[in-house]
Design a protein around this ligand. Structure first.
Ligand SMILES: [Zn+2]
Length: 548
């Protein structure tokens, strides 16, 4: 979308005048309403508001057929009618979505949004209309016209799934007939480093799973193993060859259809260590973290050193200072995060703050800082903690700015991971996780046992240091800061992190004053100073405590 907006900006700069400004205003204000409705709050079920915003988009190309926003307006008119359809389930809404996307494709075939529009057009035929032939035709047209990119790749997946559904209909009846469709395991990926390995399994839907540990069996030549049974699952990938990893922890991964209902994933380990498994939604993936022996090894090394020293001298352990911090600027790429006044995006603001903070931490505290992204790229949530774990970081700090429907909302709030039942926190988590509220409640049970052995106390302490520092620093420089408090919430980006980890929502991009300030360099610098001081205080207090 960024390229698309940039291109529009250039076109607009070339054409001036009242008309050019008016179509832009109409488009941007409709887009703002659309984004608000999309955010998964109570208004997202409001069919009248969806219809109104769809009509607003639809009018733009009628009134300004040569506007640079015409294709975008048709695209979002289609998307809004599709949302309306998902609320009211009326055929007319779906027909209007199709009509707008068709208009976009015929009038602006070279629009950057053509791929996405064609995909959703096909999907509407497939899922809404149940017109398999037309859906297939549209998916194929997309792939033929644009062989590369995300949307054609998705179209290929849909075509494959449709093909499989056809074949299953033809297949002789089996025991599983009449039972819910099985989850498909389509891919196994891994991230590996010296003391940490993460395996991620891509699934087509939610599953139940069981993990088991098997000891080494030298007589049979078998290494220690961890195996995971995916219940009610089907193998959707080639399992003939093992996936060779060969890092310090994991030799290889084998997958097989163990029986008609179970896919078994076997991890052949180099040595047996702790492991942690959890399921993430949208799309579903099962993550298994394998922990190395870093702590134990370091402890042993320290003990050994102590033995070599002359006796009767007490040896102090090294200061537990911060060596390495992972800063996680939220969102990025196709996910802009919250959008605020004058079209400012969360992803840009948090990236800028993260880069400045990284520079300062390095220069003034000598801390190594790893950013989960250095540019405008999309990083899946589970990859962000995988980076922190693989880098063996001491802290993980996820940076965000807040958004609310109420333009008066302002202030700062800081979160640490917990399995919460607080409604507001769950709503917030839904937005930041890019998922629906329902799938969060479905997943609470999966995560509940994870939160207990996390670095909860240190996370709370870090949250306090950062939070109070921002409130006092920014308050001194820019007037009173609304303190929205330190809260627990269920953020997937924090799940599975092996170090103290927090998420900071730094002011509201949707508030006129705060939204404007957030884009200013001096304000960002002040924010960086405040965060820096919070980290410094955290380091000082934890050192004092650990040296007692
Ligand atoms: Zn965010």
């Amino acid at each position: 979308m960024t390229a698309f907006i940039l291109a529009l900006g250039l076109l607009l700069a070339a054409s001036t005048g009242w008309a050019a400004k008016r179509d832009k205003d109409l488009y941007l204000s409709a887009k703002k309403e659309y984004d608000l409705l999309r955010k998964g709050n109570s208004a997202s079920g409001n069919s009248r508001r969806w219809e109104a915003v769809a009509e607003r988009f639809q009018k733009i190309p009628q009134e300004f057929p040569r506007s640079a926003y015409a294709d975008g307006a048709l695209f979002y008119a289609g998307k809004s009618y599709r949302e309306l359809y998902s609320v009211n389930r009326k055929e007319r809404a779906l027909d209007l979505a199709i009509k707008n996307w068709r208009a976009l494709l015929s009038r602006y075939p070279n629009s950057p949004l053509a791929k996405e529009a064609r995909y959703f057009l096909a999907l509407s035929y497939e899922e809404g209309k149940g017109d398999v032939a037309e859906a297939r035709k549209q998916y194929q047209a997309l792939i033929e016209k644009f062989p590369r990119g995300d949307w054609p790749a998705k179209a290929k997946k849909r075509l494959k799934a449709m093909q499989e559904a056809e074949e299953e209909k033809k297949a002789p009846p089996s025991l599983s007939d009449g039972q819910p469709a099985k989850a498909l395991l389509s891919q196994v990926r891994y991230t590996s480093s010296q003391s940490y390995t993460r395996i991620t399994m891509d699934l087509s839907s939610e599953i139940r799973f069981e993990t088991h540990v098997l000891k080494e069996e030298p007589s049979k030549g078998l290494p220690p193993r961890i195996y995971v049974d995916l219940l009610g699952a089907r193998l959707g990938m080639d399992g003939a060859q093992p996936i060779v990893v060969q890092d310090r922890l994991l030799r290889q991964v084998r997958v097989a259809q163990f029986n008609p209902d179970i896919v078994r994933v076997v991890l052949d380990m180099s040595s047996l260590n702790g492991h942690n498994a959890f399921l993430l939604p949208d799309p579903y993936r099962l993550v298994i973290d394998i922990q190395g022996q870093r702590d134990r090894e370091q402890f042993a090394a320290l003990e050994k050193k102590r033995d070599l020293l002359p006796p009767r001298k007490t040896v102090k352990p090294p200061l537990p200072g911060l060596r390495r911090i992972v800063l996680d600027p939220g969102h990025g790429g196709k996910d802009p995060g919250a959008i605020g006044v004058k079209g400012a995006t969360e992803k840009e603001i948090v990236l800028s703050v993260a880069k400045k903070l990284a520079k300062k931490l390095k220069a003034e505290m000598g801390i190594e800082v790893v950013l989960t992204r250095r540019d405008d790229s999309f990083i899946p949530l589970e990859d962000r903690t995988a980076i922190a774990n693989a880098e063996d970081a001491d802290l993980f700090i996820s940076l965000h700015v807040n958004a609310a429907q109420n333009a008066a909302a302002r202030g700062i709030e800081t979160y640490y991971l917990d399995n919460t039942s607080d409604e507001a926190s769950v709503r917030m988590a839904a937005r930041e996780n890019g998922t629906s509220r329902k799938s969060i409640s479905d997943l609470q049970f999966i995560l509940s046992d994870l939160t207990q052995n996390s670095k909860l106390e240190d996370s709370i302490s870090l949250a306090h240091r950062l939070h109070t520092s921002v409130v006092s620093h920014m308050g001194q420089r820019y007037g009173p800061v609304k303190d929205l408090g330190i809260k627990k919430a269920l953020f997937y980006v924090l799940v599975g992190a092996r170090m103290p980890s927090v998420l900071v929502e730094m002011f509201f991009i949707t508030n006129k004053t705060e939204g404007r300030e957030l884009t200013r360099s001096a304000y960002q610098d002040a924010l960086v100073d405040a965060l820096f001081d919070g980290i410094k205080k955290y380091q000082e207090t934890t050192q004092v405590v650990k040296n007692l």
